[in-house]
Write a protein that binds this ligand. Structure first.
Ligand code: XIL
Length: 445
């Protein structure tokens, strides 16, 4: 009996000892304290933290999102031995966040505090110098050619287009009577300031003077008048204008039909062929574009435009390039749609002009001021457009032109009738996030 009791006691003791061993807690690790980084540059920083006793290594996370919903490539639970680590290959002027966990062979701590920082702004590289083998353009009005406008156009840009003063209603307001005042001022400004001059636009249904809309003569007289106008204008600026939008917006949205403009009504669809030929006759060297909007977002219109271009090219009509206006939004159209539309021009050996870029930050009018998150979304889209353009083969490049210098001057405010911030500079000429995104996109290639 004694033996049995002894045996039971021994077994119970064994049990207690073994259970005790089983339940002994693993040595826990306290979460590290992340410190502010040092050595922040345009694309790197040194992440730092305080040593945790018993830790053998640390697991570092770096993210561009405060909630760590995604990670910078290579920086998800990156094992580090010391108490600092240089995080590299980052984007300039971008917010990053880091946190870490302590680790031993048997335990891992919870997350440290999150430390946030912003990499430095790239300094001293004007947009025009960041662009490789193409112009960076903007628009001008003859009454905005001095002061800050002139300064920024001269330091950051290498090309200009006239916002409205080189259209037919301004240059040719009355039959037989041209008005060159504003156009001359703009063309001379480009020349005097060493800027490329893009001519915009010879034929546009929306800038046709009344006397042409209601032309009194026969169709043959109409055609002769248009020939004379195109040749007069192209010849006048032969030495100073390097390219022209010959025809602007001839194809309709949705249907892809030819727009029923006065030019179409009077001359039939061949007016396009004839206008290109007359422009070429007036200047054998000038680069000639067809220009339109929604080329990336309206599939029917896109295909109609390329059908028209194929016909022109098959008939040896002197068209050199396609202008993609690109009045777009921060969330539309997609990168893939833009790339695919642009590649169709590359396939046809056409020059590509991103001719009127602006990116709406407020397309649905849900904002009354530009929030940080929308500003960053807009910045990403500007970067995307600059990257897409920079990646084109050199032979297909011409210019990437912004349709306005600063937000409060954008045509979109009137056009859509509500507030937006679609450009690179704010109303006080300060560079926005959009500017830095655009610059980063240009520097990527
Ligand atoms: C706009 C100008 O920005 C406005 O100032 C003017 O009143 C109307 O034209 N597509 C074009 C550009 O090809 O010429 C237009 O510019 C914007 C849409």
């Amino acid at each position: 009996m004694k033996l049995i009791i002894k045996s039971i006691a021994f077994i119970a003791l064994l049990h207690i000892v073994s259970c005790g061993k089983k339940e002994e807690p693993a040595p826990s690790l306290s979460a590290p304290l992340a410190l502010n980084p040092s050595g922040i540059t345009q694309n790197s920083f040194l992440a730092k933290w305080v040593r945790v006793s018993n830790a053998e290594s640390y697991l570092l996370d770096v993210s561009a999102n405060r909630d760590f919903s995604s990670f910078v490539d290579g920086y998800q639970s990156l094992a580090v031995n010391g108490v600092d680590h240089e995080v590299m290959d980052l984007e300039a002027n971008t917010a990053y966040h880091y946190r870490l966990r302590a680790k031993s062979s048997s335990a891992e701590s919870s997350n440290s505090n999150v430390v946030s920082l912003t990499t430095l702004i790239p300094e001293g590289i004007p947009l025009k110098d960041a662009a490789k083998n193409f112009y960076i353009g903007n628009i001008v009005q003859s009454n905005r050619l001095t002061g800050k406008h002139q300064e920024i156009l001269g330091s950051e840009f290498s090309s200009i287009s006239a916002e409205y003063e080189m259209k037919m209603n301004i240059m040719y307001p009355n039959e037989g009577a041209y008005n060159w005042t504003a156009a001359d001022a703009i063309v001379n400004f480009a020349h005097d300031n060493g800027l490329n001059m893009h001519g915009h636009a010879l034929i546009w249904h929306n800038a046709t003077p009344d006397w042409v809309e209601n032309y009194a003569g026969t169709d043959a007289e109409f055609e002769a008048m248009i020939e004379d106008y195109i040749k007069t204008v192209v010849d006048r600026y032969k030495d100073k204008v390097s390219s022209w939008d010959v025809v602007n917006e001839a194809i309709l949205d949705g249907s892809g039909d030819y727009r029923n403009s006065v030019f179409y009504q009077r001359m039939g669809k061949d007016y396009i062929t004839k206008c290109f030929q007359w422009a070429r006759e007036a200047d054998p060297d000038v680069v000639l574009f067809y220009n339109d909007y929604s080329i990336c977002s309206d599939a029917t219109k896109q295909s109609a435009i390329f059908t028209m271009i194929d016909e022109l090219q098959n008939n040896s009509v002197p068209i050199d390039g396609l202008g993609y206006q690109l009045h777009i939004s921060y969330n539309y159209p997609s990168r893939d749609d833009i790339v695919s539309a642009v590649n169709k021009s590359v396939d046809r050996n056409l020059k590509v002009h991103f001719s009127e870029l602006d990116i709406r930050a407020n397309p649905n009018n849900d904002l009354s001021s530009l929030t940080q998150s929308r500003s960053l979304a807009q910045k990403d889209k500007f970067k995307e457009l600059a990257e897409i353009y920079s990646a084109l083969p050199d032979d297909n490049k011409y210019a990437l032109t912004l349709w306005g210098l600063k937000d409060d001057e954008s045509w979109l405010l009137d056009f859509h009738g509500h507030i937006d911030w679609p450009l690179l500079y704010d109303a006080s000429f300060n560079e926005k996030d959009a500017y830095y995104g655009f610059l980063e996109g240009l520097m990527k290639n």
